[in-house]
Design a protein. Structure first.
Length: 156
């Protein structure tokens, strides 16, 4: 398997350990840990391991993929397909989370750039009160109702 992609090797190792079922309990956890170790050795970061761990909690399709391999003469295709779909799904979820965080950071920078820009010698483009409201919205520390109440009175 040395010529195969590291993801395929990690998934194959996971399958083989799970198929051997060497322990009375904890075989799945051990297989996931070994998969994570293989992925870490090839340079993938811990976030993917945590994400994959969540994917494997979908027990029925996981067990079905293991059974399909046994039923098809130990052809690993069903399990590899299951695992690679999981990796794809988790990468998309992580990408979406990264995109949201980057968008927030860019928006926050824009807010403060506008606050520091003067419309005229006496007036800013965006007021300090508006900055506080936008910051509260970005940080999601208040519900909309609390925000409206705070906007009518003094902001924290």
């Amino acid at each position: 398997m040395r010529g195969h992609d590291p993801l395929v090797r990690a998934l194959a190792a996971h399958y083989h350990l799970a198929a051997m079922h060497p322990f009375l309990d904890g075989n799945g956890c051990t297989a996931r840990a070994m998969e994570a170790f293989f992925l870490q050795r090839c340079g993938l970061r811990d976030t993917l391991f945590i994400a994959m761990s969540n994917y494997y909690e979908e027990k029925t399709p996981y067990l079905q993929a293991l059974a399909d391999v046994r039923a098809n003469g130990h052809d690993l295709t069903p399990f590899l397909s299951f695992g690679l779909k999981g990796i794809d799904l988790q990468c998309r979820r992580l990408f979406d989370e990264i995109r949201v965080n980057v968008s927030r950071a860019l928006y926050r920078n824009l807010m403060f750039d506008l606050f520091n820009r003067l419309k005229s010698p006496r007036k800013r483009v965006i007021a300090e009160r508006q900055i506080k409201i936008l910051t509260l919205l970005l940080d999601r520390t208040m519900t909309f109702g609390e925000l409206v109440g705070a906007a009518e009175g003094d902001l924290p």
